[in-house]
Each structure stands twice: as structure tokens, then as C-alpha cells.
Design a protein around this ligand. Structure first.
Ligand SMILES: [Zn+2]
Length: 365
């Protein structure tokens, strides 16, 4: 009986241990410990580190790499600008002016000559003072400026030595032009032809090629047309200048006004001679009146024409003789005798140039 009770107690004890072991562990925690906490923490970990990791490597290395080479130089030195030629230049009006040039260099940027900016212009067809301003900048913005003054002026007069005669022929070319060229060649002397545009313009070339001077008289010798107004005068002047250029290749600057600068035939336009004589001078032309007249518009007697020239020439140091022999036989007949007289009396016959001493009449209109 006792053994049966003991066995029963042991069996009861074993059952109790098995039941108590199961009852101590919480039933709900067994499946959720490994699943629920991982699912909620994982998205937080992957989202936050990403934005903080990526901007750091791209922003930090760049600013540290570039500032290193720049702190070494700091350019505060302006380029050097050198003007070639003189800083003050005198140019004869209506002749070509070429800027002598410049050189610009910079200690950092090297040759900057091609970058030099030039402000201002020189008008060789108007006497006056012109300023040219040269400016250049280097890459750092340092600039340098230089100036040159160019004076456009009438040529300086060259006074010839000895006894001279400036023989001038107006209103040609004409019937006797080639004969006159023959006489000038025969005696080896030079003269000046103030030509018209309504004549045989092909003779301009022969005159020029023979070594004589050509000046502009007028396109048309019609006073009412030429002196109608200022614009009309310059239209006529430009036309005869172009005609001379087309036939000779010469851009002459020498002018003789129809009737001379003292004429009264221009009174149809009050004050025109005062204005245009001043203007042509500013434009760089030279105008020539005369101090000796052959008076071949007053008389047709060759003896009187010759006498007028012979009597008046010695009165002047630089006689400019006016004659119209190219279309007038009675005047042409006096040409050779006057040349002979001049040579026998020790004169040298010269052609006028822009540098020759001129004669200006007193202007009456
Ligand atoms: Zn004339």
C-alpha cells in the first residue's frame, strides 16, 4: 500500500512541474518579439542617414581645392601704353594722315596692342586741332590712357630765292594750249594752268605730263551759275576738281576763283566771296589771285598786253602773272616775247605749288 502511494506522489509531482513550466511563460510574447520591433525600426534607420551622408562628400572637397591657387597673385599694375611717333603731329591739310601706331604690353597679359581702343578722328579736309585718345585695359581691369594731338594746317610757304615769275594761264585748255606747251618746253620753263571744265579736258593730261601745275578755275565760267549761292560754288568746284583728277590722277588743292577773289560779279549773292574764301582755306585749299595782269580782257593789242606784263612784273618780289592766251590769238602772241624778256632779265619761271607764296586780293563782296 505504501509503495502505491509513493509512486502516485512522484507521478503527481512530475505532472505539476510540467504544468507549472508552461504556465510561467507569457503566451502572447512568444511570437511577436522577433517580428514587431524590426518592422517599425528599419524604415527610420534607412531614411535619416541618407540625406546627411550624400551632401557632405560633394560640398566639402570643392571649396578646399579652388581657393588654393588664387591667393598667390593680385594684379594692380596697369598695362604700359607707348605711342609710336610724336605725341604732337602737324599734318598738311588734304594730304594723307596715317597714325604712327602704338604698342601696349602688360606684365600678366602680354601684348595688348590689338586691344587698344582709339577715340577721335582726324579730318584732313578741315584745318584744326584734333585729339586722339588711346585706352587699353588688362584682364584685371587696370586701364591706361594716352593722348596725341594732330594739327591739320595749310602747308608752310617756301619762299624761292632769286628773281622768279609765276606765269599763270586761265580759262583753258584751248586752241593754243599745245603751242604754249611747245614754247614752255622750248625755253625749259614751268607755268601754271588754271583750267575750266568746258574746254578740251583731254589736254589736262598733256599739261600735267609736261611737268606744269594744274589748278582748278571752274567747271563753267558762267558767273551767274557759279556764284548763285555758296552751294552752287562748291558744286562747281568739286566738279572741276573731279575732272582734273579723272584726267591727271592729281588731287589738286590749288584754286583760282572766276573773276578773282576781289570780283564784284558775285554780288548776286551778297557776302559769298567773304564766306567761300574763308571756307576753302579751312578746307585746305590754296587760292591764288595775281599781282600782274596781262590786261588781255581789256585790250586785244598784243603790244599792250606784253607791255603790261613787262612793266608790272618788276614791281613785285613774287610776281604772279595772269594771262588768257589759250583761246586768244592776240594774247598768245605775247607769250614768247614775255618769256624771252624774263629770261634776259634774270628771271626764273616757276610753276605754283601749294607751298608757293600766294597773292590775295582785297575781297569786295
Ligand atoms: Zn577766268
Amino acid at each position: 500500500m505504501r509503495r502505491k502511494k509513493l509512486l502516485l506522489v512522484i507521478l503527481m509531482g512530475m505532472l505539476c512541474v510540467g504544468a507549472c513550466a508552461k504556465g510561467n511563460v507569457p503566451a502572447g510574447n512568444m511570437g511577436t518579439v522577433s517580428q514587431a520591433p524590426i518592422a517599425t525600426e528599419a524604415p527610420d534607420v534607412t531614411e535619416t542617414p541618407e540625406p546627411t551622408v550624400t551632401p557632405e562628400p560633394t560640398s566639402t572637397p570643392e571649396p578646399t581645392a579652388t581657393p588654393e591657387p588664387t591667393p598667390l597673385p593680385e594684379d594692380t599694375t596697369a598695362p604700359e601704353l607707348v605711342l609710336l611717333g610724336e605725341n604732337s603731329i602737324k599734318v598738311v591739310a588734304r594730304r594723307e594722315f596715317t597714325d604712327p601706331g602704338f604698342v601696349a604690353t602688360d606684365d600678366r597679359d602680354g601684348d595688348l596692342t590689338a586691344s587698344v581702343q582709339v577715340e577721335g578722328e582726324v579730318d584732313v579736309n578741315w584745318c584744326g586741332s584734333y585729339t586722339l585718345t588711346y585706352t587699353v585695359a588688362d584682364a584685371a581691369g587696370n586701364t591706361v590712357t594716352a593722348e596725341r594731338v594732330v594739327e591739320v594746317a595749310q602747308p608752310e610757304t617756301v619762299y624761292p630765292e632769286g628773281k622768279v615769275i609765276y606765269l599763270t594761264f586761265d580759262d583753258g585748255p584751248g586752241k593754243y594750249t599745245e603751242d604754249i606747251l611747245g614754247l614752255l618746253d622750248k625755253y625749259g620753263i614751268k607755268a601754271t594752268f588754271f583750267v575750266c571744265g568746258t574746254r578740251n579736258t583731254a589736254l589736262y593730261k598733256k599739261i600735267h605730263e609736261a611737268g606744269h601745275s594744274i589748278g582748278a578755275h571752274c567747271l563753267t565760267h558762267d558767273y551767274d551759275v557759279v556764284y548763285e549761292n555758296d552751294e552752287a560754288y562748291f558744286a562747281d568746284l568739286n566738279a572741276i576738281l573731279d575732272l582734273i583728277y579723272e584726267n591727271t590722277g592729281v588731287r589738286t588743292t590749288m584754286i583760282r576763283f572766276p573773276g578773282g577773289s576781289s570780283n564784284k560779279v558775285s554780288m548776286i549773292c551778297p557776302g559769298i566771296m567773304t564766306r567761300i574764301t574763308e571756307k576753302v582755306t579751312n578746307m585746305g585749299f590754296q587760292y591764288y589771285d595775281w599781282n600782274v595782269s596781262a590786261e588781255d580782257s581789256v585790250t586785244k593789242v598784243t603790244e599792250e598786253i606784253l607791255n603790261s606784263m613787262i612793266v608790272d612784273t618788276p614791281k613785285y618780289k613774287y610776281p604772279i602773272v595772269l594771262q588768257h592766251p589759250e583761246n586768244r590769238k592776240f594774247s598768245f602772241d605775247a607769250v614768247e616775247d614775255f618769256i624771252v624778256w624774263g629770261l634776259e632779265n634774270g628771271y626764273t619761271f616757276l610753276s605754283l605749288t601749294p607751298e608757293s607764296p600766294t597773292v590775295h586780293h582785297r575781297i569786295k563782296n
